[in-house]
Design a binder for this molecule. Structure first.
Ligand SMILES: *Cc1c(COP(=O)(O)O)cnc(C)c1O
Ligand code: SF4
Length: 452
């Protein structure tokens, strides 16, 4: 393997040997007892894990288990927290109800209790289902979300799983096999039609789950029609494959085809952005992860990174500074730091907005401007993506300074606004307008948009 931080000229990339393929082996909730390193945990911890895995999605592959988790640091290891269910991820009363049903051993009871608990966990935050669901020829279509003018989100139906699942994922409801909840595409053709009917769209964000669980030929079938559309300038793929399965870009059967597809997008004059989901610098440490990054970059795609700030995983400035600095050295552009959304196990992972901003700022202070490209901390909330710009005092009142990075109305973009300081607030709906105003500037308009 070459010295991974050095830049390898494009013409030499082809000459790099493709490694032996690695078999993708994955464990789900039913196979918890087959995961060898878990044997070192006590029985109570393992039972708790089973209880939580009954409610929240669990799926982890062998690469993550063997190479990303430092088992000597369990339970504190961040990648262990990222992938393995922990007792406190469920509220005590929810945990007890599921545990009791499991001890009772009656399948129908377990199922009923699990369903109720899931319902209580806000499976679709920020109105993901009711709102943003577009129409083509008067017919509502699944698999497309269009919230912000320039960017349409596309969820191909074959891309609704991931190579492993994150314990905090806000899309968790899609993974639990509930078809009513599943947002999935019926047809790639509908996407093209929809874009053509909306000239304001310049970006398509293919997301999931993880669209890179798809075979390249399926992904190509979705992407190629977009290359014919002049209005589409950027194609983004949201993925955590660089972390969970870097072999996807190196030694899988169709790894080379995937890189060729990226190159075809570039050759068509469009930008291909791989929106890589990262939470911790530990995800970037293995040779295969670095090799995958190198190959993606050599294909002409640009890797941008985003991920939430999470208690138990990355809630300190040093880890963020190291994450961003490492990314810069590997040629990845830091893009967003998110606030954990109001769903699933959020009480376990949530960080107060005030603390999130302090962590962001303290991390920024440790890196140069080159690594300060990540905006945040940002909340993907119902009215838009709202960034916490800081905590300050105006006329003796302590306030949060906020701004829209994206807004349901694009005229809200970049508008600053202020909320009363509240040290415990963890989401936008916990905030009240500052300076005695009775509502935020966007609320009236939002209510009107809602009626439409
Ligand atoms: C974040 C987001 C986008 C993309 O926004 P950018 O600021 O362009 O990265 C598009 N649609 C939705 C629903 C989003 O949450
Ligand atoms: S990779 Fe993304 S979509 Fe998949 S579980 Fe993690 S956060 Fe959710």
């Amino acid at each position: 393997m070459p010295e991974t931080n050095t830049v390898i000229p494009l013409h030499q990339v082809e000459a790099q040997p493709f490694d032996e393929p690695r078999r993708f082996k994955v464990y789900t909730a039913r196979q918890l007892d087959k995961i060898e390193p878990l044997a070192r945990l006590d029985e109570e911890t393992r039972f708790a894990m089973e209880v939580v895995a009954n409610v929240l999605p669990f799926r982890v592959n062998e690469y993550v288990i063997d190479e990303l988790i430092d088992w000597d640091r369990v339970p504190d290891d961040p990648i262990y927290q990222l992938t393995f269910p922990q007792k406190d991820m469920l509220a005590p009363e929810h945990f007890e109800r599921v545990a009791t049903a499991m001890r009772g051993g009656v399948k129908a009871d377990i199922k009923a209790v699990v369903r109720e608990v899931r319902e209580a966990l806000n499976p679709h935050p920020a109105g993901q289902l009711e709102h943003n669901m577009p129409e083509v020829d008067g017919e509502k279509i699944d698999g497309i979300q269009h919230k912000y003018n320039e960017t349409v989100l596309f969820f191909p139906s074959q891309g609704q799983v991931c190579h492993s699942y994150c314990t905090f994922c806000f899309r968790w409801a899609q993974f639990i096999g509930d078809n009513d909840l599943k947002i999935a595409a019926r047809e790639a053709g509908q996407l093209k039609k929809y874009i053509q009917a909306h000239p304001e769209i310049t970006d398509v964000l293919i997301t999931g789950g993880d669209p890179l669980v798809m075979k390249t030929r399926n992904l190509r079938a979705h992407i190629e029609p977009l290359l014919q559309l002049e209005q589409v300038r950027t194609i983004r793929i949201g993925s955590k494959a660089l972390t969970f399965w870097p072999y996807r870009f190196v030694s899988d059967d169709d790894a080379k085809d995937l890189l060729d597809l990226f190159d075809d997008v570039r050759a068509s004059g469009k930008h291909l952005a791989l929106m890589a989901h990262y939470n911790h610098w530990q995800e970037l440490e293995t040779d295969i992860a670095k090799e995958a990054i190198r190959r993606v970059r050599a294909s002409g795609a640009v890797i941008r990174s985003q991920g939430p700030l999470l208690a138990h995983i990355n809630d300190n400035a040093d880890d963020w500074a190291r994450l961003w600095q490492t990314q810069v050295e590997l040629g990845i552009v830091p893009y967003y730091m998110f606030v954990e959304r109001d769903t699933g196990a959020r009480h376990y992972f949530e960080v107060p907005l005030a603390k999130a901003w302090t962590i962001y700022r303290d991390a920024m202070k440790q890196v140069s401007g080159i690594a300060r490209t990540a905006r945040g901390p940002g909340m993907s909330s119902h009215p838009g993506k709202v960034e916490i710009q800081g905590v300050t005092e105006i006329n003796g009142e302590k306030v949060f300074a906020l701004r829209f990075i994206q807004g349901r109305n694009h005229d809200w973009v970049q508008r600053p606004f202020f909320a009363k300081y509240n040290p415990d607030a963890t989401w936008l709906n916990h905030l009240e307008p500052a300076f005695g105003e009775d509502q935020f500037f966007f609320e009236k308009e939002l209510a009107e948009l809602e009626k439409q």
